[in-house]
Write a protein that binds this ligand. Structure first.
Ligand SMILES: C[S@@+](CC[C@H](N)C(=O)[O-])C[C@H]1O[C@@H](n2cnc3c(N)ncnc32)[C@H](O)[C@@H]1O
Length: 309
């Protein structure tokens, strides 16, 4: 028997007529997905991965997950299939003013400190898994509220691996769930009602440069990570430790010397070998590039707001 690409069916040790999601097909797909997209499905997440892939497999009239694996590996249109798969695996759970203490630490401590030390150097901020855009827009709102967005050179770049999420971000219209944590007066100030939702003010939306980038592709990450501040929140929870270590190494290699890395509340680097130290700034946890902590200690004025562990 031959597989869909004409090779002997047992070339991976599995026959092509395997129906359903055998352990072998699961392992092959899980590993290639982790390698290509970062997202790792452990054995306990097998049902979840099955649910997510079933529609894509069925839509192609395929009868086995192994056929879908071959499609991802060898099809001439594999890039399109990977993009579709990324959209399918993306977890679009995000909202404005998520972990506001981090956003406020950036606007009220990190950014003012940056302009005190380097008044003419643009502050570069990257939201590295921006989903539908609520995170970078919250950053822009906080900087506008601090009176910095229009008065200081600030560049905000936002990216995600999912084209579908970026499409939503580029559209700039948001619905009730996205506003569950944003103070009402900020919604009134920066959004206008449109249909069932709210459109973000154009001047804010235009301050953000939107792009696609996969965190596990160093060539895509390096230019974006050449930043003073990276927000990479609530995506490492889906990655294996080795992948996180590799991505953070690329961040560290490109970030500015006094770089700040904000992660999600349930994410931690402390057990991994990285060049970042955990610090607390104005009640928010942040990772600071080690060299930065040595050469650029917090200035006396806000020393009380800054603690390194
Ligand atoms: C749960 S959302 C987090 C959004 C936002 N950072 C927040 O904290 O509210 C996770 C996002 O990570 C993105 N993602 C998953 N794997 C990725 C990868 N390899 N590269 C870039 N983004 C990825 C998903 O598409 C999704 O938009």
């Amino acid at each position: 028997m031959r597989d869909p690409y004409g090779r002997p069916a047992d070339s991976f040790g599995y026959s092509a007529d395997v129906l359903g999601f055998s352990q072998g097909a699961f392992t092959l797909l899980r590993d290639i997905i982790a390698q290509r997209l970062g997202v790792f499905y452990g054995d306990d997440k097998r049902d979840l991965l099955t649910d997510k892939l079933a529609g894509l497999v069925a839509a192609r009239g395929m009868t086995s997950f192994l056929d879908y694996y071959y499609l991802l590996r060898y099809d001439t249109d594999a890039e399109r299939h990977w993009s579709e798969l990324m959209d399918r695996l993306s977890v679009p759970e995000t909202f404005f003013w998520r972990q506001p203490e981090q956003i406020l630490a950036l606007a009220n401590v990190v950014a003012p400190r940056h302009f005190e030390q380097r008044p003419h150097e643009p502050l570069r901020i990257w939201s590295a898994a921006c989903c539908s855009g609520e995170e970078p827009l919250s950053i822009a709102i906080a900087l506008a509220e601090a009176g910095l967005l229009d008065r200081r050179p600030i560049e905000i770049v936002a990216s995600d691996a999912s084209e579908a999420m970026l499409e939503r971000a580029r559209r700039g219209v948001y619905y009730e769930r996205s506003f569950r944590n944003l103070p009402a007066h900020l919604r009134e100030r920066y959004f206008t009602p449109e249909g069932q939702g709210w459109r973000v003010q154009r001047r804010l939306h235009e301050r953000i440069h939107w792009s696609t980038a996969n965190l596990v592709e160093p060539a895509a990450v390096r230019p974006l990570a050449d930043a003073h501040v990276i927000f990479c929140r609530n995506v490492f929870i889906y990655f294996a430790d080795q992948t996180i270590t590799d991505v953070v190494r690329v961040f560290g290699g490109s970030m500015r010397d006094d770089g700040y890395l904000f992660l999600g509340a349930s994410e931690s680097l402390t057990r991994l070998p990285t060049e970042f130290d955990l610090a607390e700034i104005a009640g928010a946890f942040v990772y600071v590039k080690k060299s930065a902590a040595r050469v650029a200690p917090a200035p006396a004025a806000d020393a009380g707001a800054y603690r390194r562990f």
